[in-house]
Design a protein around this ligand. Sequence first.
Ligand code: NAP
Length: 231
Amino acid sequence: MSKGTVLITGSSKGLGRALALKFSKNNYSLILHGRNKGDLESVKKEVCKSGVECIVLAGDLKENKTIVRLAELVEQKEIDILINNAAIMSKALVEKIEDSEVDEVINSNLMSVIKLTKRIYSYFLTKKSGMIIQINSTGGLDTSIEHGVYAASKYGLKGFTDALRIEARPRGIRVLGVYPGGMRTTFHNRVGGKKDSDKAMDVEEVAEIIFNLVGYDSVHVKDIVLERMYR
Ligand SMILES: NC(=O)c1ccc[n+]([C@@H]2O[C@H](COP(=O)([O-])OP(=O)(O)OC[C@H]3O[C@@H](n4cnc5c(N)ncnc54)[C@H](OP(=O)(O)O)[C@@H]3O)[C@@H](O)[C@H]2O)c1
């Protein structure tokens, strides 16, 4: 029997895919989401091997219609856990950042998360339970050169997460902030790759740690910082 249903945004690859496989192997049903339908269907094939229900919804989170469709599906399928994982990387000196890039990053990594969370949190309030897991970044706690817009999106997400938790916790809804360092995924390809990617964290290990933070009764896990072992 299914232990619950999880919506994971950005589960067509990387950490989202690893989380989907981890949760499905532990009897959670899934709603997979991303933009690339082909990638999502191949994750679905792997998830189905565990015998759990799996639904795919492809759509760009920057578009309101994707958020509305996801929120409708969430109520139909009575989900228990929302994992806001989808995001994009950005890297440029402040004087060189195009306005279109500012819009793309802030809309993808922050605005869409707030809009989707708002709807799903409202649904969780009706059933007085639920868990929201925000995949942030160590770049949402501390930043460096050329990360101005990415940092703005992830620091903004931290602020939203912290404020939401204050409202949600007394109403029976858990909010977990996850702050990982560099992971071995295609995340940095958009900005020309990353040095030392061989030293980055393995997504299966990161997914396992996140999975192990779910399902407690008397314990509330607030934030977790996952740094890579090798620098
Ligand atoms: N990798 C790292 O080093 C690292 C470090 C710290 C934090 N993180 C965080 O970890 C999370 C996962 O990153 P990852 O490394 O797994 O990245 P990834 O391999 O690039 O995967 C990103 C996922 O997000 C989806 N996505 C991005 N923008 C979207 C949009 N506008 N609409 C719908 N889906 C969208 C992608 O979908 P499609 O490919 O189907 O378009 C993909 O499934 C992110 O929140 C990231 O900030 C990553």
